[in-house]
Design a protein. Structure first.
Length: 275
């Protein structure tokens, strides 16, 4: 019986490889524990994914294969090294992607370079002219317009929609005007709640908007001044709990990135990060 399942799993794996090569499809690997999703991998649209797996039990249809009970397998992502995986409940699915969605993801990928065309040089210490910033601003306006079209059509382009390009969507939003940021902040917040966007993105955007409005920040992501110090934090005694709720490290760990020592508010009501 086990040998039969092994053979079926191998044949199904070969079938799935041919599906994954279709130009307008996307392959997703999902891991489950006790019936609940606990992780997964999303591959680029049209990416060739070599996938092999064996298990005691296998179920399949034309869109998905589920391997359950002592799953062992190997996958090779596009232009990558083989990855060995194992588990108790693994689902490989193939989703057909519309041409419009594929175009949206491709446009987000292209925005990555233009978003950093001039400000990327600024980040290295290079001196940018007023004309450089004028050009970057024009790019930002165009990118924001296209991002708005994508969001209004598909919703926030999170990890499941855009994969790695979801980070570019966030950067474009970060570099947009405050009105656009306020408009899409609730969508980003919802994406984080359903584990479809990074908590760090929400913290940066929400804190940035609050500081711009003269309000204390919620997650402690914003620093300012010489010497460098944190902007005021609302209900600071519970800031670490808020950070944990969206998958962020403690304020103490975050402060280390800037060469600071964070003194918790419970230890010192005037908690000032020390250099």
């Amino acid at each position: 019986m086990r040998l039969r399942w092994l053979l079926i799993a191998a044949l199904l794996g070969l079938t799935q490889v041919s599906h994954a090569q279709e130009s307008l499809s996307q392959t997703t690997i999902s891991f489950y524990a006790n019936g609940k999703p606990v992780g997964g991998m999303i591959f680029p649209i049209g990416g060739t994914v070599e996938f092999r797996a064996v298990s005691n039990n296998t179920e399949s249809d034309d869109k998905r294969i589920r391997y359950a009970d002592n799953v062992q397998g190997r996958l090779t992502p596009p232009a990558g090294q083989p990855i060995v995986f194992f588990g108790e409940d693994v689902v490989m699915s193939r989703e057909s992607i519309s041409a419009e969605r594929a175009r949206a993801v491709q446009d987000l990928v292209k925005m990555s370079a233009s978003d950093q065309l001039y400000r990327g040089r600024d980040a290295t210490g290079a001196s940018l002219t007023d004309e450089d910033w004028r050009q970057q601003t024009a790019i930002d306006v165009a990118n924001t317009k296209r991002l708005s079209e994508i969001v209004d059509t598909f919703g926030w382009p999170g990890l499941r929609f855009a994969g790695a390009a979801s980070q570019t969507a966030f950067l474009v939003l970060q570099h947009s005007d405050n009105a656009t940021q306020r408009k899409y902040l609730p969508l980003l917040r919802q994406a984080v709640e359903r584990h479809d966007a990074l908590g760090a993105q929400l913290a940066l955007l929400e804190d940035r908007l609050r500081v711009a409005e003269g309000k204390p920040q919620l997650y402690g992501s914003q620093l300012v001044g010489e010497p460098l110090h944190f902007q005021p934090i609302e209900d600071e005694a519970n800031v670490d709990a808020r950070r944990r709720s969206i998958g962020l490290s403690s304020m103490a760990e975050y402060a280390k990135l800037f060469g600071l020592v964070y003194v918790p508010v419970t230890a010192d009501r005037n908690s000032t990060p020390q250099p």
